[in-house]
Design a protein. Structure first.
Length: 391
């Protein structure tokens, strides 16, 4: 793993690196923007833990491995709504001791595990806090047979509804968390899914770490009727057909951005606490292309000038030479950008008041030095609109 990270860091010329190494979970695509992603992960079971939290060690030669690959596409439908769809393929390999033959039996299952659709709605920010409400629905195109071959996974539709929040620190570092309700399948208990993540972000490089988990709501459908529980061939794993499963898995990750729109994400996690599931390690590699379209252009001041972003003045210096905006690095503002400041009235429309240049930027704010005043009858004040271009 260290060799892979070293190779990726130094195999791309610095001039080709981009500034999209990390996308906070609450940041959605602008209207018309899109993201394409391809990922693969490898999970290896170290031990299994039953529903009574007893560890079940492997016998000599026994093992369980799972390989998954996923494709996902996202699209910015509006400035506040992002939609997505995708699919996941899965391969299981189980090696289990056979008491009858006295030998280890090896079984495999491979196929389309699920297709899915997702939606993410961005809520109004609160200072440095950004919130979003999202959901994902998975359709599994198969039905398991009792006493049959090794199953691919749990059957039935899977849906998750969750609320996420991100706090942006000065210097473009982030702390995010999410909490949601999940119904993972026909024969499983409902769950609460949660995650906490911190990210140290540079222009083309991100270090991140966090912990994610599942907490059962203990409403297994066969809790009081074990004889009716379907008996599926799960091989040497407890990942499938679980009873009130729970896990806690810390993780570390590295993101690397290159060229203009591309980034690679590497993630390593380990399940350290489990109930009715497997402990083990996961290695994941993902490749993304993200093209975030500029916001809709606006025609103003009879010049029909096009703008890519819009911010609001939150503070004005006593001498009216400096103003603070409510957007910063997370909205791709940079030092040196020029902005025009407008007042909107319902009679005359947009009135050009002043122009300036960005001289300081933090994660969610920026400082603008006023260079020109165009209307002496209009004063600079809180609430005026600042617009600019990324070009």
């Amino acid at each position: 793993m260290k060799f892979i990270i070293f190779f990726l860091l130094f195999s791309f010329p610095f001039s080709l690196w981009a500034e999209t190494s990390y996308v906070p979970p609450t940041k959605i695509l602008s209207k018309g923007g899109y993201q394409l992603g391809l990922s693969g992960d490898y999970f290896s079971t170290s031990t299994r833990v039953d529903s009574d939290k007893r560890e079940l060690s492997f016998e000599d030669g026994e093992s369980f491995k799972r390989i998954q690959s996923s494709f996902q596409g996202l699209y910015g439908l509006t400035e506040n709504l992002q939609l997505g769809l995708g699919a996941r393929l899965r391969h299981n390999r189980s090696v289990l001791f056979n008491n009858t033959t006295g030998e280890n039996d090896s079984e495999n299952s491979t196929g389309l595990e699920s297709t899915f659709v997702s939606a993410l709605f961005s809520l109004k920010p609160l200072n440095r806090l950004q919130y979003s409400l999202g959901g994902i629905y998975r359709h599994r195109p198969y039905t398991n047979e009792e006493n049959g071959d090794l199953i691919l996974g749990d059957e039935g539709s899977d849906y998750l509804i969750q609320m996420s929040g991100t706090y942006a620190f000065q210097g473009a570092n982030f702390l995010s968390g999410s909490f949601g309700y999940r119904k993972p399948g026909t024969h499983l208990s409902s769950e609460l899914n949660w995650q906490v993540e911190g990210a140290l972000v540079w222009n083309a490089f991100t270090l991140l770490g966090g912990v994610e988990g599942m907490t059962s709501l203990n409403n297994d459908p066969y809790e009081d009727d074990e004889l009716s529980r379907p008996f599926y061939n799960t091989g040497s794993t407890l990942l499938y057909g679980s009873k009130n499963r729970e896990i806690i898995a810390p993780y570390l990750g590295v993101n690397i951005a290159f060229h203009k729109h591309w980034r690679i994400e590497l993630k390593a996690s380990e399940v350290v606490t489990a109930q009715s599931s497997d402990k083990g390690r996961t290695l994941e590699v993902s490749l993304f292309k993200r093209v975030d379209a500029p916001k809709a252009s606006q025609s103003v001041d009879k010049k029909f000038k096009e703008y890519d972003f819009e911010a609001t003045i939150t503070k004005v210096s006593p001498k009216k030479t400096l103003v603070s905006l409510d957007k910063g690095i997370t909205t791709d503002l940079k030092k040196g950008m020029k902005v025009d400041i407008f007042e909107f009235d319902y009679v005359g429309g947009n009135l050009l008041i002043a122009s300036g240049v960005v001289i300081e930027v933090t994660a969610e704010t920026s400082l603008v030095k006023i260079t020109h005043l165009y209307n002496s009858k209009k004063e600079l004040k809180d609430g005026l609109v600042a617009r600019g271009s990324y070009k």
